[in-house]
Design a binder for this molecule. Structure first.
Ligand SMILES: Cc1cc2nc3c(=O)[nH]c(=O)nc-3n(C[C@H](O)[C@H](O)[C@H](O)COP(=O)(O)O)c2cc1C
Length: 150
């Protein structure tokens, strides 16, 4: 399965989650993912992805502008997305708040793309992180599940 893992980050934690998810995906034979910062992604590439995994930090209760723009622009781009999964990083009480909004936007803007698994929400212990210990192992596990489509 050809996968794109794409993220935005301010302090590096969402990037770290993306890399750990990618480790999980790449550990399952027959799967391969690129890990790309949204700022470096070329929307004019004529590519088809079996799965796109999109990650964002929670900023003020939602996914960040760059990710909102990415999702919107994907619908009018040459990039084809057959299925998706989403993840967020958050602080405090906002478990799953941004990822749910992201999933809603993806479903609306990319109606031909199916969600393969419920989104992942990873807690950080302060604005700048780090990722809380008990959530670290969930990241690679999620990647493995995505690759196996469990
Ligand atoms: C401008 C801003 C607004 C934020 N708002 C929220 C929020 O409403 N809820 C929340 O749980 N975390 C909030 N956070 C904390 C971020 O979720 C946290 O900094 C982020 O997960 C760290 O990821 P990163 O290292 O990839 O930037 C906010 C952070 C920033 C910088």
């Amino acid at each position: 399965m050809k996968v794109l893992t794409i993220f935005d980050t301010k302090h590096g934690n969402t990037k770290r989650v993306a890399e750990l998810i990618a480790d999980g995906i790449n550990s399952v034979e027959g799967n391969e993912t690129d890990v790309v910062n949204v700022k470096d992604f070329d929307l004019s590439e004529d590519k088809t992805y079996d799965l796109v995994v999109i990650g964002s930090p929670n900023h003020v209760g939602s996914h960040v502008k760059n990710i909102k723009k990415l999702i919107k622009n994907l619908s009018n781009s040459a990039v084809k997305v057959n299925s998706f999964a989403a993840f967020d990083t958050y602080m405090g009480k906002d478990f799953e708040k941004a990822v749910k909004k992201m999933e809603k936007q993806i479903s609306e803007d990319l109606p031909n793309s199916a969600r393969v698994l419920p989104g992942l929400s990873i807690k950080v212990s302060g604005m700048k992180g780090p990722i809380v210990e008990e959530d670290l192992s969930k990241c690679k596990e999620y990647g493995i599940k995505l690759a196996k489509r469990e």
